[in-house]
Ligand binder design. Structure first.
Ligand code: MN
Length: 250
């Protein structure tokens, strides 16, 4: 099995190292990851400058692009072989609900859909003072990869996995979930540059709003690993009939 690893925290991130160690026994691992932290890059591609891939270790490359660039490169030209699966992470932070639209971690997995095969995005829901158990999350990713290799899912899905940052013994199990959503984000934080001009930092994400039973937020808050199957189709199918009528009003 040929496994492609990427992330959005950059090739030196602790979560990627942990993932690599846990996945290695399962097959031939290749890493293509951004040269720096590109969290929040979503599905962006770099089109205005060339993208380079530089080897930094055996079968491991960093790239001056986004997570999507990394996976795109890896599956469409950087190598003369095809990968069987893409695993992205372990992200340093949760990717719950709306986070999935901004996340570079999820985007790297989404880009893997070109393979027509399942891809996994895995994130550790760190909080201040939590144990940063990247190894535990990485081991869970390895279990999923192993299961997918032995028993492929019929549906081509992206698995968005969020692991509570707890010691292994405190994880209560696994729940299949749907995405919840968050309250609106905190306001931007304004500061001044040395020339007295205003600059802004994007503020924190909001707390969970749709976070009841069945959601990814709820599972993680209860100490369960959350596994959400994602699809790419953003069509609001339920709105199609009403929109048909609405456009015929005049
Ligand atoms: Mn990240």
């Amino acid at each position: 099995m040929k496994i492609l690893l990427s992330n959005d925290d950059g090739y030196q991130a602790e979560g990627l190292t942990a993932l690599n160690l846990a996945i290695k026994p399962l097959g031939a691992v290749t890493v293509v990851a951004p040269d720096r932290n590109r969290s929040g890059a979503s599905n962006s591609l770099t089109l205005d400058v060339p993208v380079r891939a530089t080897a930094y270790a055996l079968n491991s490359y960093y790239c001056n692009g986004t997570p999507t660039d990394c996976v795109h490169l890896a599956i469409s030209g950087l190598f003369d072989f095809e990968h069987d699966i893409v695993v992205s992470g372990v992200n340093d932070g949760a990717n719950l609900g709306d986070d999935t639209l901004y996340s570079g971690t999820v985007a790297a997995a989404v880009e893997g859909r070109f393979l027509g095969l399942p891809a996994i995005a895995i994130s550790l829901c760190v909080e201040s003072g939590s144990p940063r158990n990247f190894e535990g999350a990485a081991r869970f990713a390895a279990r999923l990869v192993e299961r997918l290799s032995k028993s492929p899912l019929q549906e081509s899905v992206i698995l968005n996995v969020n692991v509570p940052d707890l010691p292994d013994s405190a994880i209560r199990g696994v729940q299949v979930t749907r995405l919840g959503n968050r309250h609106r984000a905190e306001k931007v934080v304004r500061a001044q540059d040395p020339r007295g001009r205003n600059v802004y930092w994007v503020g924190s994400a909001g707390a969970g709003q749709d976070a009841g039973p069945g959601t990814d937020f709820h599972a993680v808050a209860q100490g369960y690993v959350s596994v959400t199957p994602l699809q790419i189709d953003l069509t609001r199918h339920a709105a199609l009939p009403e929109l048909e009528r609405w456009l015929k009003l005049e």
